[in-house]
Design a protein around this ligand. Structure first.
Ligand SMILES: Cc1cc2nc3c(=O)[nH]c(=O)nc-3n(C[C@H](O)[C@H](O)[C@H](O)COP(=O)(O)OP(=O)(O)OC[C@H]3O[C@@H](n4cnc5c(N)ncnc54)[C@H](O)[C@@H]3O)c2cc1C
Length: 533
């Protein structure tokens, strides 16, 4: 039987994506919004039309079983899933492929691959699902490295052990989201960490990038779910202790959580689980005023209610997701529990919404699976299908991306209007076309939200990359200038380096470099990510 393969030029499996019917519905909507009569569509590349540079190193016989120079594997590991990655793919630019793709099956394989990279002067790129949107898995262009070996962890894909008493599991880092939950399911336990990229990203990638899951409050990042870690560094293996909490000095786990593959490869982790929820209460609330809605969300976040879902979409974003009328902001609100009914929590949250001008359908409060229906259902469906949008928008020459941040509540309103205005102005100047900049909150904290912006405008295929970088620089600078962070959960990678370097205290950068020298003395792992020599 033919094994299914991931697309090398976009999201998902080969043969999957937006259907012809979906595109037939979407095309006129996009054309109207972007002010064009129709699109000129560039077809995706075929593997046969691309020729790759010959590998610059030869695989030693001892590693032949775990390394490959297969054309398709090398193609599929050239890029992550960022907008510039997609543009370069549609431009057929595969000028800097990895020389070798390694597929280790054991920690010893990783040790051997590191030894080989060290002796040949190759860079080693840890690779989970390759869903990085910040250039985290791209081979370096530096002359300093003789070659690039991308280390794909997809064969480390098992839940090894489940502890039902403490509700935790020992899981290999290359396990993709669906396989991870499927292996946990018979135990009745779940990790319940659902980034939008869940289907094609891995546990190790989530930990290495401090990814954000579906919880809007409390367990927003993966960090809180990590109980202990095992990491193979070029200098040796580190394993931390399984503990529910630990006050013994700075946390070793925290040094590796968010380290983006620069210190070592996370091979497995004990993760905190929970029982699958059986109680649910959810609804959507409309607000005529986005800032009043934000105020309601602030009060909810400070009331100790901790909703699982508290996503506020501005009016345009709600309309684009097919969930709103274009005049009202929409709050998708939900509570979940495996232990108790949630009416009291929901009623109090709705009372707060009412105090801030929110309106909701009082007959449609749902208790179980109906979050898949109505406005919340429409938003959820659009959210899941959105992963396939990028390749279709790039093919049409649309300039479109997202950027995310966090800011304290007292600065939010000014921050939001300044960032939105500045980015909108730059896009219109760059493209000469109408620009849409929308905002939603993905995560909220008692002291502030994590606003997530989306921008769309009709670009010019001839210089789409230049247009993108001008807008991206302006957006990133605006986030910093107005007091936010360069990223709340998309990580730093190579793309956010200029702003990360400015936001991070220099003495801390020195400490990171010192740690890097200790774990990776030959500086082979993921050069260009987080720090330089
Ligand atoms: C459509 C889409 C939706 C997304 N939605 C979300 C979202 O909801 N929340 C969110 O947080 N992010 C999201 N992302 C970004 C991305 O999915 C996350 O950063 C994710 O955590 C990356 O996981 P991965 O397994 O794909 O890692 P990769 O992309 O393969 O790698 C990411 C980084 O981690 C390093 N790395 C990977 N595995 C390991 C390991 N085992 N040990 C050490 N280093 C490693 C890599 O070298 C790289 O620097 C989205 C991306 C896309 C394209």
């Amino acid at each position: 039987m033919h094994e299914r393969r991931r697309k090398f030029w976009g999201w998902g499996w080969e043969g999957e994506g937006l259907t012809r019917e979906e595109l037939k519905l979407l095309d006129p909507v996009w054309a109207k919004r972007l002010g064009v009569s129709e699109f000129e569509i560039t077809p995706p590349p075929a593997a046969e039309e691309i020729s790759l540079r010959l590998p610059r190193i030869a695989i030693p016989s001892s590693l032949k079983e775990v390394c490959t120079i297969d054309h398709y594997e090398r193609l599929a590991h050239c890029y992550g899933q960022s907008f510039p990655d997609s543009v370069r793919i549609f431009q057929r630019d595969f000028s800097n492929p990895p020389d070798v793709v390694a597929l280790p099956r054991t920690e010893q394989d990783i040790v051997d691959i590191f030894d080989w990279c060290g002796s040949t002067g190759a860079a080693a790129i840890p690779y989970g699902g390759g869903s990085s949107v910040v250039g985290g898995v791209e081979p370096p262009r530096s002359e300093h490295y003789q070659a690039t070996v991308t280390i794909d962890l997809r064969n480390l894909n098992r839940v090894i052990e489940i502890d039902p008493v403490s509700e935790a599991a020992r899981i290999q880092a290359g396990t993709y989201g669906p396989a991870l939950e499927a292996q946990l399911k018979p135990s009745g336990l779940t990790l319940r960490h659902f980034p939008q990229s869940f289907e094609f990203s891995t546990l190790g990638g989530w930990i290495a990038t401090r990814s954000g899951g579906h919880f809007a409050t409390l367990h927003t990042h993966i960090d809180e779910l990590v109980e202990s870690l095992r990491v193979v560094t070029p200098k040796g293996i580190i394993e931390t202790r399984r503990l529910p909490g630990d006050g013994a000095g700075p946390s070793a786990d925290r040094l590796f959580i968010g380290s983006e593959g620069i210190f070592g490869i996370i091979t497995e982790a004990w993760m905190r689980l929970r029982k699958r929820p059986t109680f649910r209460a959810g609804t959507t609330v409309r607000f005529a005023d986005f800032y009043k809605a934000a105020d309601a969300v602030r009060v909810i976040s400070q009331a100790g209610l901790y909703p699982a879902n508290c996503r506020l979409l501005d009016a345009q974003e709600a309309a684009m997701a097919g969930a709103g009328d274009g005049r009202h902001a929409l709050l998708v609100l939900a509570f979940e529990s495996a232990d108790h009914p949630l009416d009291a929590w929901m009623n109090r949250a709705l009372e707060i919404c009412g105090d801030h001008g929110g309106e909701w359908d009082r007959t449609a409060l749902e208790k179980s699976g109906s979050h898949r229906e109505g406005a919340a259902g429409a938003w959820r469906n659009a959210f899941l299908r959105a992963c396939y949008l990028r390749e279709n928008l790039t093919a049409r020459g649309v300039l479109s991306d997202t950027f995310e941040t966090a800011i304290t509540w007292e600065r939010f309103a000014d921050f939001h209007s300044n960032v939105k205005d500045e980015v909108q102005r730059v896009i219109s100047k760059v493209t000469g076309n109408r620009a849409w900049v929308t905002c939603r909150f993905t995560y909220i904290y008692p002291d502030g939200p994590a606003p997530y912006f989306t921008f769309v405008s009709m670009g010019n295929k001839e210089n789409l990359l230049d247009q993108f970088y001008t807008v991206k620089r302006a957006a990133s600078d605006a986030l910093l200038k107005h007091g936010g962070t360069i990223t709340h959960h998309h990580a730093v990678g190579r793309m956010h380096r200029p702003q990360y370097d400015r936001q991070r205290p220099e003495l801390f950068a020195e400490a990171l470099r010192a740690a890097k020298r200790e774990f990776d003395p030959k500086w082979m792992l993921n050069p260009g990510v987080l720090i330089d020599h």
